[in-house]
Design a protein around this ligand. Structure first.
Ligand SMILES: [Zn+2]
Length: 351
């Protein structure tokens, strides 16, 4: 008889634990944290404006329009250095954005490519039309431009941003062109001193997929990957940031890796069926997902590299932070109280 009461009371307490756990378990969602100050609408508008420019491959009229557009997006506190060179008789332009107070090479460099692919060769119906590049091009640029207004003032002079041309024209995109021409050139122009003073390079490429899943890009730096994914999980974005090794991709982080600069590529190539088709448009992307990626990167920077400039985030700002540290005392409390209850129950019944 005592046994059956024990079983009942333990079943009851287990039930409570399950209910409690369900109640406090952070809900995984694809929404950005409420406390984030990232302007999703700005990211969206920046993407729309780039797509509206039209094709932006090297040498295209759109590429020149992009240049003028870019200079209107930044205030005078940011300098944009144009790195111009010629490849196969075509003018190629990278844009290097640094703060006007910078006196030395930035320690942290963030990048994205702005060119759109000249031909939608994965499109079944229209393989000769250009790719609009809402995700493949515009999303990374939009995130970088939004990022400028979130850098703590003490760290602006240590942070640089590079927008690459000519990333996306390999394998027949433009005749005779290879991939990552812009970033190859950028790194080739870095001095040994600049290379050694670059702590890391982080690339945003195709981060606005409607269904976004980011896995570790296979060539990216393990340690940096782990740091970023850990932050993402602590913020509740574990459904987007999957701790698995993904595919290996030729992208603008490669030239940096080749000179031993730790580098990360944030990209979801496989989860975007519109890749290199004419459907890489605003209808098929989520500016909010791009904002979530920026949220993670900013929190990672604030907790790891920008320590001391601005207050790092409190562990209490988000219910998803330190899950275990919240759960353990609650579970112990529930177990203890259920034990006390069951003892009382036993005593009452025995009396
Ligand atoms: Zn591409």
């Amino acid at each position: 008889m005592n046994n059956s009461i024990n079983i009942k009371s333990y079943l009851l307490s287990s039930f409570f634990i399950i209910i409690l756990t369900l109640h406090i378990t952070p809900v995984e969602s694809n929404s950005i944290r409420q406390s984030s100050t990232i302007d999703i609408e700005n990211i969206e508008n920046l993407m729309i404006e780039q797509v509206n420019i039209g094709p932006r491959h090297p040498g295209s009229p759109g590429s020149l329009v992009f240049k003028n557009w870019l200079f209107n997006q930044t205030d005078s506190s940011w300098d944009i250095e144009i790195q111009k060179f010629t490849h196969l008789d075509t003018e190629v332009n990278n844009y290097f954005i640094t703060h006007s107070t910078s006196i030395s090479w930035p320690k942290y460099i963030f990048g994205a490519h702005y060119d759109s692919r000249k031909v939608a060769d994965k499109d079944e119906l229209y393989p000769h039309l250009p790719v609009p590049g809402a995700n493949d091009g515009a999303s990374g640029v939009a995130v970088i431009l939004e990022m400028l207004s979130h850098i703590p003032s003490d760290y602006k002079n240590q942070t640089g941003f590079i927008l690459f041309d000519a990333e996306d024209q390999g394998s027949g995109g433009m005749e005779g062109w290879d991939w990552i021409i812009g970033s190859e050139y950028f790194v080739s122009q870095m001095s040994d001193e600049e290379i050694s003073s670059t702590e890391f390079f982080l690339l945003f490429d195709m981060i606005a997929n409607d269904e976004l899943t980011l896995r570790y890009e296979a060539n990216s730096d393990d340690l940096l990957n782990e740091e970023i994914w850990n932050i993402a999980h602590s913020l509740g974005y574990q459904n987007i940031f999957e701790k698995k090794i993904g595919v290996s991709i030729i992208d603008d982080h490669r030239p940096f890796l080749d000179v031993n600069i730790p580098s990360v590529n944030l990209i979801d190539l496989l989860g975007y069926p519109e890749h290199h088709t004419i459907h890489d448009t605003m209808e098929n992307v989520s500016p909010e997902n791009a904002a979530i990626v920026l949220d993670v990167v900013l929190e990672w920077m604030k907790s790891t590299y920008w320590v001391g400039g601005t207050p790092t985030s409190s562990m209490f700002y988000n219910s998803n932070t330190s899950e275990t540290s919240i759960f353990i005392p609650i579970i112990i409390f529930t177990l203890l109280s259920s034990k006390i209850l069951s003892r009382k129950y036993l005593l009452n019944n025995l009396n």
